[in-house]
Write a protein that binds this ligand. Structure first.
Ligand code: PHE
Length: 491
């Protein structure tokens, strides 16, 4: 028989039932009984009132006493017939202090000072350990203790009072001993035959919580990415096409005036592609100018003065930065009939042959912005960075001189993070060198300032993640993705 029906049948025989009593009778978990009662209540078959009762229960110490005897009895039993030095008993018996004073006041033991050192001796031949007997009764659920005895045990921390919450059941307006199956759906058949008039329908439960709707969730990186994009778009920046993970060394390095023997161009730092291993199509006149500025110099620069090889520039790789995208874009701008000022941004993946750890992966997303206009200077870059990072919620910036082959001056960007209470490095920036811009064909008074940062770092800070593997990779917890709030940067 179902638990619900068992309860109804019990209730038929008596006017009132306590759920605790039912739990005992059915040998069921109390919570299960309460669950069944709630469903009967929804059908108006029973009504319930919350009730509270108290019960005395053994404490951990009380359980020990029930098993092994009271402290005074244990002490009494440990005393040999010839007696024992007081200090000796105190050392060997647990809870000897309590046991000793209780046994003394019960008149079970005496101190014999007749023979020099005082000895503890038994005063009576046998004892009854009432405390142990009482506690064992309580353990069995029999409670006949006098109030003063009970409060003494409570003081001795052998007993504790616990409150039991339960429900008192009464018959409800729809009381019956069996549960009628209520209709949940009105069918066309019921309408056609008219049977709906006789049937009983389950009432709507307007208090039920609905199923959370199944829907897609944006990964935190995507949420932060759309915030970044929004900021750039609001500031009048255009998005660059980044749909090219595989890039030639030419656009990734050479166009950026990065010498061919630069350590970043090593397989330890860069993933080279084996198939197809090389690219062959380049704007050849521009390539010649790049070759010249590296090997011989030009535009007021002495260059690096080394033997520039096209084979090195042809090597394909997974782009190591989106500055390769910027280089392609600026080359395109340089081909314009007349130069017009430009503001570009991109947010996309880059790849580096890194040692993986809690904050580094071999691929990550880079956010990059650049502004090209006549006569720009360092002050413009500072103002632009201040403006941009302020919109991300960073109000205090610091700059540290840095080095990039393609920018001069170059600055690392540090921001004070209010939440973390410290300065953190958030990006890199600079003004592109003439050795990069002039071979492209940009007018000599056009300056391009640019900056880059990772998307992962601000995302980890925003969502309080300390390990990048909690954000990307096979260990990502989908609930983290589902439960994380919208990204709101403190604009
Ligand atoms: N390309 C740089 C990096 O990968 C970022 C950067 C972009 C620096 C533009 C200066 C100018 O760290």
């Amino acid at each position: 028989m179902e638990l619900n029906e068992k309860i109804l049948q019990c209730l038929e025989k008596s006017d009132k039932l306590d759920t605790i009593q039912l739990a005992k009778e059915f040998n069921e978990d109390h919570q299960k009984i309460v669950g069944a009662v709630k469903s009967l209540e929804a059908l108006d078959m029973v009504t319930s009132e919350p009730a509270k009762s108290t019960k005395w229960e053994l404490t951990e110490e009380g359980k020990l006493v029930a098993e092994k005897g009271s402290h005074e009895a244990v002490l009494y039993k440990s005393i040999p017939s010839e007696g024992i030095a007081q200090a000796e008993v105190m050392k060997t018996i647990p809870n000897a202090k309590v046991g000793f004073s209780k046994a003394m006041s019960l008149g079970w033991i005496v101190i014999d000072k007749s023979g020099g050192t005082p000895l503890v001796k038994r005063k009576v031949d046998n004892i009854t350990d009432k405390v142990q007997l009482d506690l064992n009764e309580i353990k069995k659920g029999i409670d006949n203790l006098a109030d003063n005895v009970r409060s003494d045990y409570k003081k001795r921390k052998l007993l504790q009072e616990i409150v039991i919450k339960s429900f008192i059941l009464l018959k409800g307006p729809q009381f019956a001993t069996s549960i009628k199956k209520l209709e949940t759906d009105l069918t066309s058949e019921m309408l056609l035959t008219g049977s709906w008039k006789e049937l009983e329908f389950k009432p709507y439960n307007f208090d039920a919580l609905g199923q959370p709707p199944e829907c897609g969730h944006l990964h935190p990186l995507l949420k932060v990415r759309s915030e970044f994009r929004e900021i750039f778009l609001e500031m009048g920046f255009q998005e660059m096409p980044t749909n090219q993970y595989v890039e030639s060394s030419f656009w990734n390095f050479d166009a950026l005036f990065q010498p061919q023997q630069h350590p970043a161009r090593d397989a330890h730092d860069t993933f080279f592609i084996s198939s197809p291993a090389t690219s062959t199509k380049f704007p050849m006149d521009y390539l010649e100018r790049v070759k010249k500025v590296h090997s011989k110099g030009g535009y007021g620069s002495q260059g690096y003065r080394y033997d520039w090889k096209i084979e090195e520039a042809q090597k394909n790789l997974l782009r190591t930065h989106t500055t390769a995208v910027s280089a392609r874009m600026l080359y395109k701008v340089a081909q314009q009939e007349t130069f017009t000022p430009q503001k570009f941004f991109s947010i996309d993946k880059v790849f580096r042959n890194e040692t993986l750890d809690a904050t580094h992966l071999a691929e990550f997303q880079q956010v990059e912005g650049l502004v090209a206009d006549r006569g720009l200077g360092l002050a413009d870059l500072l103002a632009q960075l201040d403006h941009f990072f302020r919109r991300l919620g960073f109000r205090r910036l610091q700059f540290k001189p840095a080095y990039n082959p393609y920018t001069e001056p170059s600055m690392e960007i540090f921001a004070y993070h209010d939440g973390l209470g410290k300065w953190i490095e958030i990006g890199n920036s600079g003004i592109f060198r003439p050795e990069m811009l002039l071979p492209m064909g940009l007018p000599p008074d056009v300056r391009v300032m640019a900056w880059g940062l990772s998307l992962e770092r601000p995302t980890m800070i925003k969502y309080g993640l300390t390990n990048i593997r909690d954000l990307v990779g096979p260990r990502v917890d989908l609930r983290m993705v589902q439960n994380n709030p919208l990204c709101r940067l403190n604009k």
